[in-house]
Design a protein around this ligand. Structure first.
Ligand code: SF4
Length: 836
């Protein structure tokens, strides 16, 4: 498979930048030097997978070892999958573009249940048999890990081994076993035996589920008595691992496009519905000084304009006030904002809110989960309506206009009164703000009873019951100041089936995938009727998976030990029914869940030395003033893989490169300051250019223009290069002439250019914003000349207020090119000027 073949494929798919490894700080190691090669796969699209912190941690951790190499692969979108199948090409890794078959290990993250069919897409496009039992010694081992590893039975047959728990120490141990097996030519079965002996590793082939004659699940048992129990791995101290690797900076759009730094792992607040609260125990905070140092270093290395402090509950971090104060002091003048994506009411103080808004007001979200105080006591949420209203009032007073509220419906013991209370609470929050000037977004989703939680045996609502609750909320939140968002109950239904499913569901996953199920977490691809039809064909009763399980019934995840005792979960369930509060063990003493041995594993907390939040520095006052700018004009080329970046993506790449290069950028004023940079007209996707320009303002002059240009080029990804830099210059003129060289895979009629120039009009149909439009493009054509039998030069006029004409559209019409020929055409912009 050549790079040219891949380029050809990419020129035909949507958002090709997703498959190019165009990130800054990407690692490309010597393939031949590596003694073990790992393909890290994320079973969803790039924009989701790039936002996943765990995958990046493992990527850097493996690449930090000289003898190992890790590359990435994400689930392809439908169009690339189709193009690969049509061309008979395998799925390839981003960094070296090698087929997955050539790696020793394919490691697949298991982040959520609705990505299961994407796992099969990746395996199948890799040319690997789907079931582990059908793979032989010459093929890579397929290993998994992530949250769904704790209830993996529906996909267990597809994996050779699955890791439960933290991967920082366990993954290198697994890779060492596999490397030795490879170098000693061990049989696949021997390697699996050694993996099964590695703490935390589950080898599904060594366990078998049992059912009675009526098909009732009886339990999962090891096939050999000497197999050790599979117990979750816990990284006792987060500072034990290296945090210095430079993060990847995407060149193309991703969901969480920011620097993410984990400040703590685990949450022991004890919400009884929350699986993460169990499977990431105990709380392990990172050292505040190390976090601060890491963030400041990584902002330098990446140029990100936002840093997110990641944890299951960031506001609970012991030194959060001190950390926020110091961060804001350091980052405010650089216009870098700080976000805390997972805040709990009760931990969010007005001081924290004040700090966060010093640079930019990030979204303000509260998660009451349930409508009434009674139901919040059942789920051990530990907050009251008054807490929620106090937080809302503070947010409105500090200038937030929109508050988002997250709820679940179908929680254990829920009644109509609790739903009514949900609506009432939304109204009260709205009334807590200034009349007529604020909004409330209510997000609601079906409660999915998760394995290894106190509610694991509870039933789940049916799809119809879920929709009935949504209809109720729609009816009761009609006011224009409310916006209602809901998670599709049909997707929650399938999620619940997979959460609580057994190994028989592997047939369902495989057959649904063969029948076309793809990207099920995306509502536009998801079809529950397809899944139900497949289930009916396999004689599987999906509703049965969502029923209540009585206390004596074996569960499909019982053989996997998360470290928290079953008796603790049962006792917590009883306490839920009597509305008893179980306090957070980080501050109120151990609740004896069974996880910590208090020798090697215990909560790690850094208590606040004092509530000494630094006041806003004088920088804050300057944040509202426009900055005085010194103008510079910059000409750059955009070639090779950079042609697959969209215009907005190129802008983002430049903003961050300028930040990394340390240029003193001027910013606009207001709550969302942005760099004062204006770019030339957008280039069509796939078009290369020898001469693009941008104009920017800096707060100080650049002393050494040539040095500054060279430094900026070092910060730009391959394909983008600054050609010249000069002070002054002007913003983009209203009228521009742009010349394009276009090579096509056919011979051009030599009379075509002259005929085009002689014509008074040239009417064609084009696609704009998803609709077809008829345009006379003749006025936009300034010149057209033939340079070779298959190459011409086209000069187009771009004028503000006129529809843009794309060079390929003109050539397609002029040469009657078919879509396949169009994809093979190469367009290079030569220059752009105000006149010719
Ligand atoms: S053992 Fe005690 S301290 Fe450790 S996580 Fe469980 S409740 Fe908390």
């Amino acid at each position: 498979m050549s790079s040219l073949e891949i380029d050809d494929l990419l020129s035909r798919v949507n958002r090709p930048g997703r498959y190019c490894a165009g990130e800054f700080n990407v690692t490309r190691k010597d393939w031949r030097q590596a003694r073990l090669r790992l393909a890290l796969a994320f079973p969803d699209l790039y924009e989701i997978g790039m936002s996943h912190q765990g995958l990046q941690i493992l990527y850097h951790l493996v690449n930090a070892r000289d003898q190992w190499l890790a590359e990435r692969v994400y689930a392809p979108d439908i169009d690339l999958e189709q193009a690969l199948r049509e061309a008979g090409l395998p799925l390839f890794s981003l960094e070296s573009r090698r087929p997955l078959q050539e790696f020793d290990v394919v490691g697949i993250t298991l982040p959520y249940e609705l990505c299961y069919t994407n796992i099969l897409t990746i395996l199948d496009l890799a040319g690997l048999p789907l079931r582990a039992a059908d793979r032989d010694s010459g093929q890579p081992l397929v290993i998994g890990g992530g949250p769904c590893a704790f209830h993996p039975e529906p996909v267990a047959d597809f994996f050779d081994a699955i890791l439960l728990g933290d991967g920082e120490e366990a993954l290198p141990e697994m890779l060492a076993v596999i490397q030795r097996g490879k170098e000693e030519n061990l049989e696949r079965g021997r390697i699996l035996e050694e993996l099964a002996a590695t703490p935390g590793v589950y080898v599904p082939a060594f366990f078998a589920p049992r059912y009675d004659t009526a098909g009732n699940f009886l339990g999962t048992e090891p096939l050999r008595p000497d197999l050790p129990p599979v117990r979750r791995r816990v990284l006792a101290d987060l500072e034990r691992v290296d945090h210095t690797a430079s993060p990847l900076v995407p060149a193309t759009r991703v969901v969480h496009d920011r620097l993410g730094v984990e400040i703590a792992r685990g949450c022991t607040r004890g919400c009884r519905f929350c699986q993460a609260g169990i499977i990431y125990r105990p709380v392990r905070e990172r050292e505040p000084a190390a976090v601060l140092r890491e963030i400041l270093d990584k902002i330098e290395q990446t140029g990100f304009e936002e840093v997110a402090l990641l944890s299951l509950s960031s506001g609970d971090y012991g030194c959060i006030n001190e950390l926020l104060g110091q961060l804001m002091d350091a980052l405010e003048r650089r216009r870098v904002s700080v976000s805390l994506p997972s805040m709990r009411v009760g931990s969010l103080t007005p001081e924290m809110m004040e700090q966060i808004r010093r640079v930019r007001k990030t979204g303000f979200t509260l998660a009451p989960e349930a409508g009434s105080d009674r139901l919040r006591r059942v789920i051990n949420k530990g907050i009251t309506e008054e807490d929620l209203l106090a937080a809302s009032r503070s947010a409105f007073e500090l200038g937030w206009k929109l508050i988002k509220l997250y709820f679940m419906f179908g929680l254990p013991t829920e009644t109509d009164d609790d739903l009514e209370a949900m609506v009432e609470l939304a109204h009260k929050v709205l009334r807590a703000g200034p009349a007529g000037r604020c909004q409330v977004t209510v997000s609601a989703a079906t409660f999915v009873p998760k394995p290894h939680t106190p509610f694991e045996r509870e039933p789940q609502l049916s799809v119809d019951q879920g929709f009935a609750r949504i209809d109720f909320l729609k009816e009761r939140l009609r006011h224009k100041k409310f916006k209602l968002k809901w998670h599709d109950p049909r997707q929650s239904y399938l999620e619940g089936v997979f959460c609580r499913g057994d190994r028989r569901l592997a047939d369902l996953v495989e057959q649904a995938w063969r029948d076309g199920a793809r990207l099920d977490a995306w509502s536009d691809h998801f079809s529950l009727p397809r899944w139900q039809a497949v289930a009916a064909g396999l004689n599987l009763d999906l509703d049965r998976y969502l029923r209540r399980r009585d206390a004596a019934e074996p569960l499909p995840w019982d053989h996997l030990d998360v470290g928290v005792k079953r008796e603790f979960l049962a006792a917590e369930y009883d306490r839920a029914l009597t509305e008893e509060y179980t306090p957070d063990c980080r501050v109120h003493g151990c609740s004896k869940c069974g996880l910590c041995d208090f020798k090697t594993i215990r909560p790690v907390v850094y208590p606040s030395p004092a509530e000494s939040v630094r006041g806003p520095a004088s920088d804050q006052e300057s944040a509202g003033r426009p900055e005085v700018g010194i103008g510079y004009r910059l000409i750059y080329a955009r070639r090779d893989e950079a042609r697959f970046l969209g215009h907005l993506e190129v802008m983002q790449v430049f903003f961050r490169a300028l930040r990394r290069a340390g240029w003193p950028q001027a910013f606009s004023r207001g709550f969302n300051p942005s760099p004062r940079v204006s770019f030339g007209p957008a280039l069509p996707l796939g078009t290369e250019s020898l001469e693009e320009f941008l104009w920017m303002e800096l707060t100080k002059p650049l002393a050494d223009l040539e040095g500054a240009r060279a430094e900026l080029n070092r910060q730009l990804p391959a394909g983008l290069e600054v050609i010249s830099l000069e002070p002054g210059g002007r913003r983009q003129p209203n009228r521009l002439f742009c010349a394009y060289r276009i090579r096509v895979p056919v011979e051009i009629d030599p009379r075509a250019p002259a005929d085009l120039l002689a014509a008074e009009e040239f009417v064609m149909t084009v696609q704009r914003k998803g609709a077809q439009r008829t345009l006379d493009i003749r006025p936009a054509i300034a010149d057209c000349t033939l340079h070779a039998p298959d190459e011409l030069e086209l000069v187009l006029v771009q004028e503000a207020g006129r529809p843009t004409v794309k060079p390929l559209e003109v050539v397609a019409a002029l040469c009657s090119l078919a879509p396949g020929q169009l994809a093979a055409a190469r367009v290079v912009k030569q220059w752009s000027r105000p006149h010719i």
